[in-house]
Design a protein around this ligand. Structure first.
Ligand code: F6R
Length: 597
């Protein structure tokens, strides 16, 4: 939920810059406060409530000397967003500074004991117990390494932790159910919750495992297990271009990422669709056989992709259902030997999804992670992985990863069932260019101008477009802060129609899927209540008489139509939010990676 950056560098005066750059690459993980600490003969801490720009204003004009430092961008769980609750936190003597991502479940009892032993606390956070525990162990004569370990041994919960000590050029870190990755560069070593934090400095990374401890100094790293034994690590090379993690001239990451969708889809398809042989194959799943039933587990946007995926499997004759990960319990929901659980998670770090996948693992069920992040917790928790290859997504509202998830799920269902419809494979080939044509001819600004002051927005869809109706409404809520709701088109008349007025535009996804007439019937129902209608459709001639705006979708395979249609909804949500002056990349109260249940 929060973002951690650490740096043990070779040069004295670039630590602050590296830490601040790192935090800007992590701000999507939390942005209610941020801070940095640099260790030299003392520890200098700067922290501030608000976005990173607020922290920047508090920094001294001078360089802060020191080769080792840590930084943090926060999304509050314990204690309101404020200067005092911002990380890093220090002990009573300010000899150690700590940053933390996760939740320390037993912090209250630890805090009571420490307070009884004379420690004083400056914040309401669970994190602050850690520097005090370390201080206590130092008082007992422990070395920095031992004190850090002994403190961590007393913690229950989930954490990625990093600490620096005064007068020490080493950075100490560990993880338990929260991500941490080390970057090995020429000018030093980096540590972060996610790769965008240091991708401009190095693409050589080592993903830490739960329970591992790492010590970084300017010349390298040492990883040990929970018993202190040396661990042999594997080095990966990240294939993203550093430019991928920047805005490339767009006003917002979200807009950039919407425009990256044609490329993201091409990457997802690459090497997996053999059009000539009329087949789909996924290397990482070559030893997986056709399941008897599929349970999808996911949250938010990924859950809507999962709804779409479940429908694909059902259409191929395999019973499949999408579950909200937070509601999934394999102890209650029956699983058979041939059931497969598929976790759909962009970040691979969503706590609810990980918990559902771990439950499935305990129940002995075969698991697949459909994720964007190599080395993520979901990728490591599952038996198999299907990477969606969307590249880094920084905007908090998921866009390109949804398109890539849908694409990957079509591939997954095809690969596991041996389904090889040549029409589908041909349609895939055209999909990126068709998407580009929607981006090039968008009328979203005009729609936004007409309806940005509406009371609420409704989105209706049917069949494969139903999940996109939910996703379109979620996007609208997240970044416009206005009420929006998605409905199965047929459900409108069973209650929600009471909400429809001339001030509630209805976005109707009308697809040439054999059900267009029924959906147009629903469009007529809202039109009769004077609601403005924006039709997103590949049958414009059918819906034209009833629509105030027509947003056309090129003809494609029925299963791929929703992937294209969603681009219109993304662009409209973006334009409305932009015209209303919202904080698009970092909407209020939200964080990209939700690592608490
Ligand atoms: C919405 C959004 C969230 C995520 C959800 C799951 O725009 O981004 O709803 O989809 O938090 O995240 P992942 O896919 O990382 O598991």
């Amino acid at each position: 939920m929060c973002g951690i950056i650490g740096y043990a560098g070779k040069r004295e005066d670039d630590s602050l810059e590296v830490l601040m750059n790192g935090l800007s690459g992590l701000e999507y993980r939390g942005y209610d406060s941020s801070g940095v600490a640099i260790a030299n003969s003392t520890i200098e801490v700067f922290k501030r409530e608000g976005h990173l720009s607020a922290l920047e204003e508090t920094l001294p004009a001078r360089t802060v000397p020191g080769t080792v430092g840590i930084g943090h961008t926060r999304w509050s769980t314990h204690g309101e967003p404020s200067d005092r609750n911002a990380h890093p936190h220090t002990d009573c003597q300010d000899t150690v500074a700590v940053v933390h991502n996760g939740i320390i479940e037993n912090f209250q009892s630890l805090r009571d004991d420490l307070a009884a032993a004379g420690h004083t606390f400056d914040s309401d956070t669970d994190t602050e117990v850690v520097p005090h525990l370390i201080e206590h162990e130092l008082g007992n004569g422990a070395s920095h390494t031992e004190a850090f370990r002994r403190a961590v041994d007393q913690l229950e919960g989930s954490y990625a932790l990093a600490a620096v000590f005064e007068g020490d050029h080493t950075l100490y870190a560990t993880r338990q159910e929260s991500p941490l990755v080390v970057g090995l560069g020429e000018d030093g070593c980096y540590l972060a919750s996610d790769v965008p934090a240091f991708i401009e400095y190095t693409d050589t990374v080592v993903y830490l495992e739960d329970g591992e401890f790492v010590q970084l100094d300017p010349s390298g790293m040492e990883v040990t297990d929970s018993q202190g034994n040396a661990v042999e690590t594997t080095t990966d090379t990240i294939e993203w271009d550093p430019e991928d993690a920047g805005k490339s001239g767009y006003d917002h990451y979200m807009l950039k990422e919407i425009h990256e969708q044609p490329t993201a889809i091409r990457k997802c398809l690459r090497g997996r669709v053999q059009e000539l042989e009329e087949s789909v194959s996924i290397d990482s799943l070559s030893d997986v056989s056709e399941p008897g039933a599929v349970h999808f587990v996911a949250c938010g946007t990924s859950y809507y992709a999962a709804l779409y995926g479940a429908r694909l499997f059902r259409e191929r004759g395999i019973w499949a259902q999408a579950f909200l990960a937070s509601e999934y319990d394999p102890g209650v929901i029956p699983v058979d030997d041939d059931t497969m659980v598929v976790g759909v998670t962009q970040s691979g770090e969503t706590a609810d999804t990980l918990s559902a996948l771990r439950g499935a693992n305990r129940a002995g069920v075969e698991t697949i992670a459909v994720t964007n992040v190599v080395g993520s917790s979901a990728a490591r928790a599952c038996d198999h992985t299907l990477f969606i290859r969307a590249g880094p997504e920084i905007g908090v509202a998921a866009t390109k990863t949804f398109a890539s998830q849908q694409t990957a799920l079509v591939l997954l269902s095809s690969a596991l069932t041996g389904y090889d419809d040549p029409n589908l494979l041909r349609a895939f080939r055209k999909l990126p260019d068709q998407m580009q044509s929607i981006l090039d001819r968008s009328r979203a600004d005009a729609v936004a101008e007409a309806y940005r002051d509406a009371d609420a927005y409704f989105v209706i869809g049917r069949g494969y477009t139903e999940p996109v109706a939910y996703e379109g409404a979620l996007k609208m809520k997240e970044i416009t802060y206005k009420h929006a709701e998605g409905f199965a088109a047929g459900e409108l008349k069973h209650g929600p129609l009471a909400l429809v007025t001339e001030r509630t535009p209805v976005f109707a996804l009308v697809s040439d899927n054999g059900m267009a007439r029924k959906t147009i019937g629903n469009v007529k129902e809202v039109e009769a209540r004077s609601a403005p209608v924006v039709a997103i459709t590949d049958v414009p001639e059918m819906v034209d008489p009833y629509a105030d705006f027509l947003l056309e979708v090129p003809k494609t395979h029925e299963w791929l139509m929703p992937i294209l249609a969603n681009v219109h909804l993304q662009l409209v949500a973006y334009s409305i939010a932009n015209q209303l002056g919202r904080s698009i990349d970092m909407p209020r109260n939200l964080a990209k990676s939700v690592t608490v249940e």
